[in-house]
Design a protein around this ligand. Sequence first.
Ligand SMILES: *[C@@H]1O[C@H](CO)[C@@H](O)[C@H](O)[C@H]1NC(C)=O
Ligand SMILES: *[C@@H]1O[C@H](CO)[C@@H](O)[C@H](O)[C@H]1NC(C)=O
Ligand SMILES: *[C@@H]1O[C@H](CO)[C@@H](O)[C@H](O)[C@H]1NC(C)=O
Ligand SMILES: *[C@@H]1O[C@H](CO)[C@@H](O)[C@H](O)[C@H]1NC(C)=O
Ligand SMILES: *[C@@H]1O[C@H](CO)[C@@H](O)[C@H](O)[C@H]1NC(C)=O
Length: 627
Amino acid sequence: MEPPDARATARPAPRLLWLALLLAAHPGSQAKVHVSVPPLVEVMQGMQVTLNCTLLENPDHFVLEWFLTDRSGTRHRLASVEQQGSQLQGTVHDFRGRSPPYQLDPQGGLELPQAQVGDERDYVCVVRAGASGTTEATAKVRVFAIPETTEVIPNRGTLSVMEDFAQEIATCNSRNGNPVPRITWYRNGQLLDMPMEMNSEGYMTSRTVREASGLQSLTSTLYLRPSKADREASFHCAAHYSLPLGNQGRLDSSPFHLTLHYPTENVRFWVGSPSTTEGWVREGDSIQLLCQGDGSPSPEYTFFRLQDKQEKMLTINLEGNLTLVGVNRSQSGTYGCRVEDYDAAEDVQLTKILELRVAYLDPLELSTGEELSVLLNSSRTTVNCSTRGLPAPTLRWTKDSVPLGDGPTLSLSPVTFDSAGTYVCEASMSTVPFLSRVRSFKLLVQGSPELRAEEMEPKAEGGWTEGDEVRLTCSARGHPEPELTWSQLGGRPAEPVLGGQGWVSSSLTLKVTSALGREGVACEASNPHGRVSHVFHFGTVAPQTAQAGVAVMAVAVSVGLLLLVVAVFYCMRRKGRPGCCRRREKGSPPPGEPELSHSGSQRPEQKGLLVGGGGARGGSGGFGDEC
Ligand SMILES: *[C@@H]1O[C@H](CO)[C@@H](O)[C@H](O)[C@H]1NC(C)=O
Ligand SMILES: *[C@@H]1O[C@H](CO)[C@@H](O)[C@H](O)[C@H]1NC(C)=O
Ligand SMILES: *[C@@H]1O[C@H](CO)[C@@H](O)[C@H](O)[C@H]1NC(C)=O
Ligand SMILES: *[C@@H]1O[C@H](CO)[C@@H](O)[C@H](O)[C@H]1NC(C)=O
Ligand SMILES: *[C@@H]1O[C@H](CO)[C@@H](O)[C@H](O)[C@H]1NC(C)=O
C-alpha cells in the first residue's frame, strides 16, 4: 500500500501513516477499500473523455477526490464527491483555467470535454473511507492531434553538380501535431536514409517548435550533393504521426524536382527531316540543322559554315536549331555547331560538323521539239535527253510505259508506222526518291498510206446472190492522216480506230448486184505521199432465185386449177363413179417439180414455197389413193 500524498493532507500524515501501517499489519481485522482507474487514457484532440474511478468494495461512507499533478509534481484538487445516502454529491472546486471546465459524471468520474494537449497530465483519484482506509490510483492522459498537410519548400535555385559539398535541397514542415511527428525523405519513392550529422554527401536537420496551442510543429531540412542523375528525380517528404492504440498515420508532401546545373558531356549535330538515309536533302526544301548538348541549363549554340577553312558564322541561339529556307545547290557544304559551355571538361568535344548534301535535278532537255516528223523506213534517227543533277541521275526512255532502254540516247531504226507515238524520257535518282523529272515528244511517221481491207463473208456457201447486203471496211494509216474514198456511194466518214496505232477506218454497206460482181467495189487511201487502193470482188453473183420460184408456182397453180375444172367437168358427165375420177387424176402430177426441188435446197425462203407446192401435190396424191 502507498502512503497517501503529502501536501493535500500534510498535517495528519504521520498519524495516517501510522494507522495505515497498523492496518497493513492486520489485513484480516478490517475491510479495506480498493480503487481502480485506467492507467493510460488515449484520446483524440477535441473529443470528450471520462476518467472513471471505480471502488472495488462498497464502504458505508467515503469521500472521492480528483487531483491533477502538475509538471513539478504538485497536486491540485479539482473535484470531490461525497456519498449522501444512496446519492453521490459532487463538486468541482478548481477549473485551473480550463475551458470548457471539468465536470463530474453521476458515478464520480471526471469528465474532460473537448480534450486538449494541455490535458496531458496525471490524474489521481483518492478515496477516503474512514475506517476502511484511504486509497488512490493514477490515470495518465495522452491527447493525439493529426498534423496539418505536410508542406515542402524546395530550393528553387539552380544547384550545381560540380560543388563538392551537400547543398540545401528542400525544407519539409509538419505543423500542429501531437505528439511530435517524424519526417522522412524520399527520392523516386525510395527512402533516403540520411544521417543527422553534417557531412559532404548528405544529411538532414530537424527542429521542433511547441506552438502556443501546445501542439507541436516539426521542420526538417534535407541536404544533398546532387548528381546529374538527379535532374529527372522526383523528391518528396512524409510526416509520420502517432494515433491511439499504437497506430500510425502518414501524410506525404507533393513531389518536386530540382533544377540542376551540369556541364555538357556530349554534343549531337544532325540534319532534321526531311533528308534521306544517305544524307541528301532536296533543293528547294526547308532544312533544319539541329544541335543538342546534354548540359544544363541549355547553353548557347553557335552555327557556322566552313568555307575555305574559314568559319562563317550563321546564327547563335538557345534552341540549337538552324533553318535553311528553300535550300539550293550552292548551299551544299560543311556546317558546324558549337556549344558554348565554359564548365565543360577539357576533353569534351563541343564543336561538331556535318556535310550538307543538296540534291538537285535540272529540267530535262531533248534534242528535238515537242513533235518529231520522220519518213517511213528512215534509219539512224536518234533523240538525246540531257540534264544536270546531283547525285548523277539515271535516264530512261519509255513508250506507252514500255521501257526502251536506259541512257540518254533513243535510237529509232528502222522507223515503221508502229514507231509513231509518244516517247518519254525520265530522270530519277535511286538515292533521292521523289526527285525526278520527265519530258516527252511525239513521233510522227511520214509515209504513203498502208491499207487494210475487210469483207463480210456471204451467207450462203456458194457465193453471193443478188440483193444480199454486204458490209465492206477499209482501214488505213500514215502521216499525214490518209483520206478514204469508195468507188460506190454510201461510204461512212473515216473514223480513228479505237486503240489502233494511228489507223482510221471507213465502212460501206450495199446490196450485191451482178454488175457489182463483175466490176467489184474499190476503196482508196491517199495522202500527199501516195495513194493505195483495194478492190473487193464478189465472184459470180447468182440471180435472185426467190422470184423465179414464185413464177413457177403461179404456173403450177394455174395448171392445177385447169386440170381440176376438167376433172370436175368429166366427173359430172359420168355420175355415180367418183372413184374412177380420182384414179385418173393420180397419173398426172403437177409439172415443174424437179426444178423447184433443186433451187429449194439452196435458199431457205424458197424452201417454204417448195413445201407449199409439195403440199398441193400430196393433197392431190391423197385423192388418187382412194380410187
Ligand atoms: C468510463 O465509463 C464510461 C461508462 O461506463 C465509458 O463509456 C467510458 O469509456 C469510460 N472511460 C474510459 C476512459 O475508460
Ligand atoms: C526549329 O525551328 C523551326 C522554326 O524556326 C520550328 O518550326 C521547328 O519546330 C524547330 N525544330 C525544333 C526541333 O526545335
Ligand atoms: C542559294 O541560296 C542562297 C541563300 O539563300 C542565295 O544567296 C543564293 O543566291 C542562292 N543561289 C542560287 C543559285 O539560287
Ligand atoms: C518500207 O519498207 C517496207 C519493207 O521493208 C517496204 O515494203 C516499203 O515499200 C517501204 N516503204 C517505203 C516508203 O520505202
Ligand atoms: C546525241 O548524242 C550523241 C552522242 O553524244 C551525238 O553523237 C548525237 O549527234 C546526238 N544527237 C542529236 C540528235 O543531238
